[in-house]
Unconditional design. Structure first.
Length: 156
C-alpha cells in the first residue's frame, strides 16, 4: 500500500512539473484597442480575442530574447528623446508667449505715458461705471504709475 502511494505521489508531482513547464513556455498574445500587439503571461481582459504563442527562449533563461531587450531599450530611448524635445518646445513656446505679452504691456504703458503727458483731458471709469475726468493730482498719480509700468515692461 505504501509503495502504491509513493508511486502515485511521484507520478502526480511529475505531471505537475511537466504541466508547469509546458505552461511557462506559452504566453497570451492579443491586440489592444490602439492596434498594438500585447504579450503577457496573464490572460487579457475578458472578451478580448487572444492566442497562445510560444515564448522566445534565450540563453539566460529570462523568457525574453536579448534582441527584444535591445529593441525595448531603443524604443524607450526614442520615447525619452521625444519627450525631452516636446518639453523643450513647450518651454520655448511659454518663453515666446511671455516675451510677446511683455512687449504688448510695454506698448500699452508707453501709450499711457504719452496720453497722460499730453494736453488732452483724461477720463476714467469709476466703480459705478460713470466716466470721471481726472484732476491734476489724479493725473500726476496715474502718470507716475504709467511710468513705473513703462520702466518695468520696457526695460528687460
Amino acid at each position: 500500500m505504501l509503495k502504491r502511494t509513493l508511486w502515485f505521489l511521484l507520478a502526480a508531482s511529475c505531471c505537475g512539473a511537466v504541466g508547469t513547464t509546458q505552461a511557462q513556455q506559452y504566453i497570451y498574445k492579443w491586440t489592444d484597442p490602439q492596434g498594438q500587439p500585447q504579450y503577457s503571461e496573464l490572460a487579457p481582459p475578458p472578451g478580448v480575442k487572444y492566442e497562445m504563442v510560444r515564448k522566445p527562449a534565450d540563453a539566460a533563461g529570462t523568457g525574453v530574447a536579448p534582441r527584444d531587450l535591445a529593441k525595448d531599450q531603443e524604443e524607450l530611448a526614442r520615447q525619452v528623446t521625444e519627450q525631452k524635445e516636446k518639453e523643450q518646445q513647450q518651454a520655448e513656446q511659454v518663453q515666446k508667449e511671455a516675451e510677446d505679452a511683455r512687449a504688448r504691456n510695454c506698448e500699452i504703458a508707453r501709450k499711457n505715458v504719452k496720453v497722460l503727458q499730453g494736453d488732452t483731458q483724461v477720463v476714467k471709469t469709476d466703480a459705478k461705471g460713470n466716466k470721471v475726468a481726472l484732476d491734476a493730482e489724479q493725473r500726476a498719480a496715474e502718470l507716475k504709475k504709467a511710468q513705473k509700468d513703462q520702466d518695468y515692461f520696457c526695460n528687460p
